[in-house]
Structures are given as C-alpha cells and as structure tokens.
Ligand binder design. Structure first.
Ligand SMILES: Nc1ncnc2c1ncn2[C@@H]1O[C@H](COP(=O)(O)OP(=O)(O)OP(=O)(O)O)[C@@H](O)[C@H]1O
Ligand SMILES: O=P(O)(O)OC[C@H]1O[C@H](OP(=O)(O)OP(=O)(O)O)[C@H](O)[C@@H]1O
Ligand SMILES: [Mg+2]
Length: 393
C-alpha cells in the first residue's frame, strides 16, 4: 500500500494557489495530478518504482537526510550508538554501516526518504515527524518505530501578523470568527505543507481559506502582501518574531522531532529488516536513555547495607533506576576484616544532579564521583514490544 497524492494546481508563475476544498489524499501509489487549463488531460507522475513489483534486492536499505540540519545530527546520533556511517565520498549517495552487514545507507532529501519508503525503494528511514506526516499522509504502510530521537525538535504552526487587523486576534477561534473572510476574500495562507496545512484548516472548520505554496522564507509573505498567514516550522520562534508574526492558541498543527520510520511491508516481507530494526532500536533506546543520566558513586558509613539503602531511599532524588546498588567496602582493623563503609552506585537524571549530590551529602555521602553513561540496556525495549504488536506478531 502506498500514498496517492492528488493536488490540483492552477498553472501560473512561481506561486500555486489551492483551497481547502480541493485537497485530497488516500492510498495507492504516489501520484501527482496536475491540472492546467493549457493541458488537455492530467499528467500522472509516479514516484519511485514504476512497475510497482516488489524489488528483488537482497540488501536492506536505510534512508538518511542528505542535506539540511537533520543530516549531521542524524550521523552524530548513529555514531553515538556505535553505528558510524562510512561514506567513501561525500558526493556519493550510498554508504554503509560496517557494524550491520547487509545494510545499505542511502542519502536522500527528507521528503524523498518518505516517498521511497512508500514506494518500497527504502525499508527504513530517519527524518522529522513533520515530513513523515506531510509526505506519508495517512499511509498505513508507514510505521514509526522510534518516535523521539531527541533532535530536530520543532512544531508546525499557523502564524499571523502581530499588527493591523490581527492585533487583537490570539486564538484560532478568534481568527475563524473574523468577519473579513468570505468566499470572495478568503484567508490567504502561505505554506510548504500543502497536505497538513489544508487538512488542519478543514478539521478546524475554517471555511474560507486559500493556500499558496513557496519554498522557504515564508515568513516574508504577509509583509509582502502575498498572504495573511503562514503555516511553517517554528523552533526558537526567532524567525517569526523578527518578521512581526505570532503563533496563536490552538494554532499548533504538529509537534515534531526526528523519528525512525519503517515500511510495514518491508518489516513483514523482506529478509533481515526486522532483525536490523531490532538492533537499531536497541542501540538507539539504550543510548538515548543513557544520555539523560549520570552514574553517581559515593562512600557512606553505615551498620549494614540495608541501613545504608534505607537512608538513600529516604531521599526523593536518590532512588536510581532500580533502587541503589550498595556494596560493602572491606577494611582490616586490629587484624580483623570489617565493613564499616559502603560504596553506593546510583543513576541520576542530569537535571537533578546537583540536588542529588546535596541529598547524598546530607545523609553522610563522601567521595562523590560522577561519570557519564554510554548505554542503558533494559531487558527488553518497550518500543520493540509495541512494534511487534503493531505488526500483529
Ligand atoms: N528551525 C528548526 N529547528 C529545528 N528543526 C527544524 C527546524 N526547521 C526544520 N526542522 C526539522 O529539520 C527538518 C529538515 O529541515 P531543514 O530546514 O534543515 O531542511 P529542508 O527544509 O529540507 O532544507 P532546506 O530548508 O534547505 O530546503 C525539518 O523537516 C524538521 O523536521
Ligand atoms: O523558530 P526558528 O528557530 O526561527 O526556526 C524557524 C525557521 O527555521 C526553518 O527555516 P530554515 O532555517 O530551514 O530555512 P528555510 O526556510 O530556507 O528552510 C523554518 O522554515 C523557519 O523559517
Ligand atoms: Mg528548512
């Protein structure tokens, strides 16, 4: 199963206009139907595998962003998971991860990663959730395997000018209720998200809306008089602020970050995809869980391991991942071996580090050592269980 995307564009100069009523999407192959008054019949362009037969390759393919801010962050994350991508030449679009045999890495634009997952030319991919939703639409073949890779955080938002008729408009509801928008003079929205933007407006009952699309620098559109509002990605909010635009209540369309996405068909049918996905998921989960934590070791005087453990557990920030590890430190005194001291090991969230050290000291901890953690491997990753259940396995 794959996506059919039908967009009716009026032929014209650089900007294409369409309205919420003309957007549509469903399943099948990826198609763009372009209707122009000068063209007698609509042209159909299929993206990816034209003959639609499952390709007969043996290698498993992972698509990674070839450009943009996601590209380096993705390679950095994989490196941190000991999955360094070896690219012979930066202009070459194919690479390998030596730790995983039979895996090809293909560098593609984020939107093409999604399109090629849908067309069956890729099996796995790492891109922003915004791109999965925009170019994958509701395609059931796409499965989010890891939904929070912890970079590329941004949100897709509707933004309007701070000035003029919008000065006192602070919510989607207020925007929808403005008397200005009529069939003759609809709200004009500029966006690169030509699927999610119209879908959001339709779902929120905004009737008189038209969309125009352009690549980049959308924030200029209202000041240039091209649009009344924009739908674009926001992270720090600086670009909106610098262009005198504001987000409004109810105007967040999607919260996004980098995700690992797979083709259901590949997971179920292509040899090796499920195993590779399992290994990648384990490494990603173990690394991402460790990133937010420090190991803290300290010495503590006490009568017994239980008594020391009780003191530690009486403090709110010292419970660790599964309670503290307490080990006796043996010393020889007057010819006898005794354990007056205990070494304790706990994991603490980075954010709570200083609070934890203070609490440790307060209950008699000394010689506190802090080390970064590389991996935390749980018995089984919860996301793996979720994936198997999504696949009905
Ligand atoms: N300002 C941002 N802050 C954080 N992440 C962002 C931001 N803008 C976009 N992203 C995320 O990064 C992805 C790639 O965006 P980026 O702008 O780097 O590439 P692009 O838009 O494909 O390339 P270009 O902007 O050069 O055409 C987006 O799909 C989104 O998930
Ligand atoms: O909230 P901020 O931190 O200011 O980020 C938001 C900006 O970042 C993205 O643009 P990008 O830098 O990718 O440029 P582009 O428009 O050329 O894609 C996005 O399209 C916004 O314009
Ligand atoms: Mg961009």
């Amino acid at each position: 199963m794959s996506v059919v995307r039908t967009i009716f564009l009026q032929c014209g100069p650089s900007v294409s206009h369409f309205s919420t009523s003309s957007y549509s999407g469903n399943s099948g192959s990826v198609k763009f139907t372009v209707s122009c008054s000068s063209v007698a019949s609509p042209a159909t362009v299929v993206i990816g595998n034209v003959d639609k037969k499952p390709s007969e390759r043996n290698e498993v393919r992972l698509g990674l962003p070839s450009k943009g801010r996601m590209a380096t962050d993705t390679l950095d994350l994989l490196k941190d998971c000991q999955l360094s991508v070896r690219q012979v030449n930066p202009r070459q679009y194919v690479a390998e991860i030596p730790q995983i045999s039979n895996l090809e890495v293909w560098f593609q634009r984020p939107k093409d990663v999604v399109r090629k997952l849908v067309s069956g030319d890729l099996d796995l991919g790492i891109v922003g959730l915004d791109i999965v939703k925009e170019y994958g639409q509701e395609n059931e073949d796409l499965i989010i395997v890891h939904d929070a890779l912890d970079y590329g955080d941004c949100r897709l938002s509707l933004a309007i000018p701070k000035y003029g008729i919008f000065e006192n408009i602070n919510s989607l509801q207020e925007l929808a209720q403005m008397s200005q928008w009529t069939p003759e003079r609809p709200l004009r929205v500029a966006t690169g998200f030509t699927y999610l933007g119209p879908k959001f407006m339709k779902e929120n009952g905004l009737k008189h809306v038209t969309f125009s699309t352009a690549d980049g620098a959308l924030e200029a559109a209202p000041a240039m008089g091209i649009a009344d509002a924009i739908v674009d990605l926001v992270s720090s909010g600086t670009t909106l602020r610098e262009n005198n635009l504001k987000e409004i209540e109810g105007g967040t369309i999607l919260e996004s970050q980098a995700v690992l996405v797979a083709s259901r068909r590949s997971l179920m049918q292509r040899k090796g995809v499920l195993d590779i996905t399992h290994e990648m998921l384990e490494r990603l989960e173990a690394h991402l869980k460790a990133v937010g934590q420090f190991t803290v070791t300290a010495n503590m005087r006490g009568k017994s391991a239980e008594e020391v453990a009780e003191r530690i557990l009486s403090q709110p920030s010292l419970s660790g991942l599964q309670g503290p590890t307490v080990s006796p430190v043996f010393t020889k005194r007057d010819g006898k071996v005794a354990a007056d001291y205990f070494a304790i090991v706990i994991c603490v969230p980075k954010k709570a580090l200083y609070k934890s050290v203070r609490q440790l000291r307060a209950i008699g901890g000394s010689g506190v050592l802090i080390s970064p953690l590389t991996y935390i491997f749980d018995e089984e990753t919860p996301r793996w269980r979720q994936l198997l259940s999504k696949l009905g396995l």
